[in-house]
Ligand binder design. Structure first.
Ligand code: C2E
Ligand code: MG
Ligand code: MG
Ligand code: MG
Length: 280
């Protein structure tokens, strides 16, 4: 029915390009209003120690529920938020909310764990990044060791700045990881220069481990390399017991994925923490 209507209105004559531009503009307008309209939420996905099954951390993942359009995937709006600069206020909101929530869990008496917040390269480049992070920690009262920042290889565009900034964050006692590791184009040389704590193996490798022997080889190699460099390693996108088995065999430290839990609203995450749930 919607399609039929479409044929009768001007959009039928609009080239697809224009439609895409219009859609993007509408999404941008929506994004600009989303913060003040409280349309964002932070969901949490547990990160599991593969040897003990215990929660070692949780990744904070933003969710956007638009009143008319319904849920919109971060894969669709985060790139636009980066392009428009809206990622700066949105990212700050996520950081504050994630720190506040983690401190709340600690105040409730649950065993403390790290909260991992994604930082886009545009945020990372902001001159007030350190200030913003300090403020989030001060205002929430969260101990610095319980904040993790997930950075992607794209921050390497300006390597000197990236290394300096990472050192500042590291000096503050914050845990640093490289997200989606293996999908960027970074030189391995940077791994030696970056003061990081852990690598997150991108889910594209985890997903195809049993279909493609090369992916399995890459997963194995990333784990060994991480250990040789004294880094922890976590696998993303773990969906099956077989994948977990393989990761255990290769001595991967941690895993995150639907096998354990999907990203959950804070309240449901509390349920998991409360049970002292041991996975696996
Ligand atoms: P990411 O940081 O690599 O996050 C992991 C993504 O994989 C999440 O998608 C998560 O829901 C999904 N995932 C987790 N386990 C599984 C699994 O077993 N199978 C599959 N197929 N997927 C799994 P999500 O939440 O849609 O986020 C997509 C991306 O959007 C994130 O990738 C991150 O790059 C970005 N993002 C999300 N929240 C934020 C944020 O607050 N700030 C910034 N800058 N980026 C964010
Ligand atoms: Mg991430
Ligand atoms: Mg990732
Ligand atoms: Mg990512």
């Amino acid at each position: 029915r919607v399609k039929e209507q479409g044929k009768n209105n001007f959009q039928f004559y609009t080239p697809e390009m224009n439609e895409a531009v219009t859609k993007k503009m509408q999404m941008e307008i929506g994004l600009r209003k989303a913060l003040e309209r409280n349309e964002f939420k932070v969901f949490y996905q547990p990160q599991i120690d593969v040897n003990t099954g215990k929660i070692t951390g949780a990744e904070a993942l933003i969710r956007w529920q638009h009143p008319d359009w319904g849920p919109i995937s971060p894969a669709d709006f985060i790139p636009l938020a980066e392009e428009t600069g809206l990622i700066i206020p949105i990212g700050e909101w996520v950081l504050n909310e994630a720190c506040r929530q983690n401190k709340e869990w600690q105040n409730q008496g649950y065993a403390p764990f790290r909260i991992a917040v994604n930082i886009s390269s545009r945020q990372f480049k902001q001159s007030n990044l350190i200030e913003m992070v300090s403020k989030a920690l001060d205002e929430s009262g969260l101990d610095h060791q319980y904040l993790e920042l997930e950075l992607t290889e794209s921050i390497i565009q300006d390597a000197k700045y990236a290394i300096e900034t990472m050192h500042k964050l590291k000096t503050m006692g914050i845990f640093l990881s490289i997200d989606d590791f293996g999908t960027g184009y970074s030189s391995l040389n940077y791994l030696k220069l970056f003061p990081i704590d852990s690598l997150k193996i991108d889910q594209s490798f985890t997903r195809n481990m049993f279909e493609d022997a090369k992916d399995a080889a890459l997963v194995h190699t990333i784990i060994s390399m991480a250990h040789n460099l004294d880094l922890k390693v976590i696998a993303e996108g773990v969906e099956t017991k077989e994948q977990l088995q393989f990761l255990l065999l290769k001595e991967c430290n941690e895993a995150q994925g639907y096998l354990f839990s999907r990203p959950l609203p804070a309240q449901e995450m509390t349920g998991i923490i409360k049970q002292q749930y041991t996975f696996g």
